[in-house]
Design a protein around this ligand. Structure first.
Ligand SMILES: Cc1ncc(COP(=O)(O)O)c(C=O)c1O
Length: 437
């Protein structure tokens, strides 16, 4: 992907300032050491395309450009947004990412539906959202594969009040992994959020299956939301006539991500959500997003939450587990989200131990785990649909065990991946072929 940069200027200390078009608010990237050619004018409309090859011709000592290079070779604007929004974008004192409001010097047009539709289509093309394969919306009662039509009504209480819940199931090798466990959790979350689904469970499941089939996706993720519904901009759910249901299919294989080096985590300073909210997978992920932002600012992959009593809780969007004295220890789920992946792992471990597939491991259990106990573990891992099982090698700048991915963690990762690719039919739902209608 070529990053299209729509403004370029050199500031008084010769820092290159790039405004990257894909960002939702025109984020500005400062790169102190880049030797980019000075633009002929400081106009804010100087077009410049940075392709992976042109980015790589700049000095590799410039962390900003090497990051840009990794951005440009990435898989689209979502990735660009995530990395650029992080303040770890640069290393060094001058590194920062800021949002700078732009002056709008045009008269804003008032458009018809068809004009808006063509603008949305242009925008979708420019953004290269090719990984968004299909979307279902109960508002229109249909599935679309046209990215421009993958929109939400602003008056949905999911948008302006966060009164909604969601879940995600991985799509692996042409199968949905643990769809039923994830759907059950969605319905539990909905009950806690007092959202009555617009359809019964079987219908919701069938909608999800048809959305995945329409997306023609073999590896990726299925995300879905149940919202209190649309009807106005007040807080009360009374103005919502009916709950809404949305689903999207995202293409992309994460199964082969290399974690051989392990990842670094920090203990988060962000207050954890109270028990009643932490156990619901609601769309209120502001605390979770801030945990990740803090981790990224400190060069870490994830932040680890402690609960209100200082015991180990979970990561921003994953569970955590430890190996200590031959035992696999998972924090109890009463104050955190009960991860489908961690539960599946706990189900598999006794069978794997019995089969001699996990040498050195005697037992697996959930328990209340103190920070001291966790820090004395020989192995630590992150667990979730997104990370599968990922070894942690550093925590708050201290090594875990010998500072290398642990053998039990790596074996568990291998067996879980095997379960995802070739596990029993009961936990893998085959994706039907795409039907053209
Ligand atoms: C807060 C939180 N904890 C744990 C998990 C792991 O859950 P799962 O294994 O179902 O992906 C997630 C993932 O969505 C999460 O958001």
């Amino acid at each position: 992907m070529a990053l299209e940069v729509h403004a370029l200027r050199i500031d008084p200390v010769s820092e290159v300032v790039l405004a990257v078009k894909q960002l939702p608010t025109s984020s500005v990237v400062r790169c102190a050491s880049a030797k980019l050619p000075a633009p002929s004018s400081s106009s804010s409309s100087l077009p410049l395309a940075i392709s992976p090859s042109s980015a790589s011709s700049y000095p590799s000592s410039c962390a900003g450009l090497s990051k840009l290079r990794s951005l440009t070779s990435g898989s689209g604007a979502r990735r660009a947004w995530r990395v650029t929004a992080s303040t770890t974008f640069f290393d060094g004192e001058t590194e920062q990412v800021q949002n700078q409001p732009q002056t709008q010097d045009t008269i804003i047009p008032v458009l018809t539906l068809s004009q808006i539709t063509s603008r949305l289509q242009e925008e979708a093309k420019a953004m290269k959202y090719e990984c968004f394969r299909s979307m279902y919306s109960s508002v229109v009662g249909a599935i679309t594969t046209d990215v421009a039509a993958m929109v939400l009504p602003l008056d949905d209480h999911m948008v302006h009040r966060g009164h909604s819940v969601f879940d995600t199931a991985a799509i692996v090798n042409g199968y949905l992994y643990e769809l039923d466990a994830h759907l059950d959790r969605l319905l539990r979350s909905a009950a806690k959020a007092k959202i009555t689904p617009p359809f019964d469970r079987a219908t919701l499941r069938e909608i999800l299956l048809q959305t995945v089939a329409a997306g023609d996706c073999r590896d990726g993720a299925l995300r879905y939301w149940l919202s209190c519904g649309r009807g106005g901009f007040n807080l009360s759910a009374r103005e919502c006539d009916q709950a809404t249901f949305y689903a999207i299919v995202l293409d992309g294989n994460h199964m082969n991500d290399d974690v051989s080096a392990g990842v670094k985590v920090i203990t988060s300073s962000v207050p954890i959500k109270p028990q009643d909210f932490a156990t619901v997978k609601s769309t209120n992920y502001l605390p979770n997003a801030l945990v990740l932002q803090e981790a990224e600012e400190r060069g870490a992959f994830a932040g680890i939450w402690l609960d209100d009593k200082g015991f180990i809780a979970e990561g921003q969007n994953m569970n955590v587990a430890f190996v200590k004295d031959g035992n696999l220890l998972v924090p109890t789920f009463d104050k955190i989200l009960s991860g489908c992946t961690a539960l599946r792992m706990l189900e598999l471990v006794p069978q794997l131990i019995a089969a001699g597939a996990l040498p050195g491991l005697n037992d697996a259990k959930t328990k209340v785990i103190s920070l001291e106990e966790a820090k004395g573990a020989t192995e630590m891992m992150l667990i979730g649909s997104g990370v599968i099982i990922t070894p942690v090698v550093m925590w708050d700048d201290e090594p875990i065990g010998n500072g290398k991915p642990g053998p039990i963690t790596l074996a568990l990762r291998k067996w879980l991946r095997h379960d995802m690719m070739e596990g029993p039919a009961a936990i893998r739902t085959k994706i039907q072929p795409k039907i053209s209608r």
